[in-house]
Design a protein around this ligand. Sequence first.
Ligand code: AMP
Ligand code: GLY
Length: 434
Amino acid sequence: MSKNQRAEELKRILIVGGGGRENSIAWALSKNQSIEQIYVCPGNGGTSNFKKCICLKPKSEDAKTIITECQRLEINLVIIGPEVPLAQGLADKMREAGLTVFGPGKDGAQLEASKEWSKALMIENKIPTAKYWSTGSEEEALEILKRLNQPLVIKADGLAAGKGVTVCETIKQSKEAIQEIFSGKFGSAGDKVILEEKIEGPEVSIFALCDGEKLIVLPPAQDHKRLLDGDNGPNTGGMGAYAPARLIDEEELKKLTDLVLIPTLKGLKKKKIKYIGVIYAGLMLTSSGPKVIEFNCRFGDPECQALMPLMGEEFASVLFACSRGEIETAPKLTFNSECSACIVAASKGYPESPQTGKKIDIRVESDSSFQVFHAGTTIDEFDNIITTGGRVLSIVAQGESFDKAFELAYANLKQINFEGMHFRKDIGYQVRKI
Ligand code: AMP
Ligand code: GLY
């Protein structure tokens, strides 16, 4: 079968998830002429703003119901956005039912779902990372801390919605963070704790699309995890991003591919894991070289929102080829050479206890160089757009320079409002004049 014939088979896609990431993936895929319909399950208040995109709200979110819906709608490709369904094995169940899925199975998702597992994989495959100790006993964790006698980074082993990591300034804080994890704050995600050496340096995220055997590397992106300007305040899921991250050039990205991404995929293969999906490596560029601080088994949010506008129209065909384990049959993935900027508008109280139910006023429209991606939004019975979560919108713009991209994003942000709206004014400070 020729490449073109294969691409033509891709008519109907279902994206699992309802955040800004999934909204931006749907938008990027909708650019592909041959795709007829994109369902986002459950989607959000912005899903149907993009042509061919609609929400699919099944009666239940259980795997069986979603699979039945996929069969009924004759879905050719399923893309699973968030880590939780991946870690629960949704991709495995879908593949067993004969669906073509982009996203790793439960085994591969451990890359993100167990920090202990991913640390061991890094050590086995000589992937540079911070020194660590892991234990399932509070007593032992406190003993390790006492012996090392230095502030550490304390991490819950499992998925904790980005909240399971405490970068400690003091030994006392490290002790409290250990006690907090074993007190059950993160449920079973805290059955084990990872104590990690604190490392320093700028952070950058790199991504690869994998078909189980081979990979395609995407432009790197820069996240902004802290809530407030100047990288202050608590850690969040991410308050803004830009791509491509200028911290590493093409040659360095190639080196990081050889140092991190290829050994990771090889390490997974050694464990007989056919990893289909995104490998996301969060790196710290330390004075003694780059080190991995985390792996994720999916696109980053909001990095994805900055990245998607850079993808060529063939992105859909590339994901489809990856999902079939045939990356080599995909057309070459091209990237727009522009700079892409993303600013997250969040609710008052985010990340601890976001206020919701606020009416959103949006007086700008998405076009080819500016996009409003929705996350925590819904549409009420009067057709008003209402906030439903912490991170509400991603305002994304492209330009020939980061100055231009951020200028456009921030100018358009002035046309958007809801009560208590909070956003950082310094996203991209690393690459633009403020
Ligand atoms: P994670 O959820 O693993 O991405 O960690 C959240 C944030 O904690 C990272 O983006 C880093 O800023 C910080 N962090 C994680 N591990 C370390 C480490 N070993 N040393 C210093 N900072 C770290
Ligand atoms: N923005 C970080 C993440 O998606 O994990």
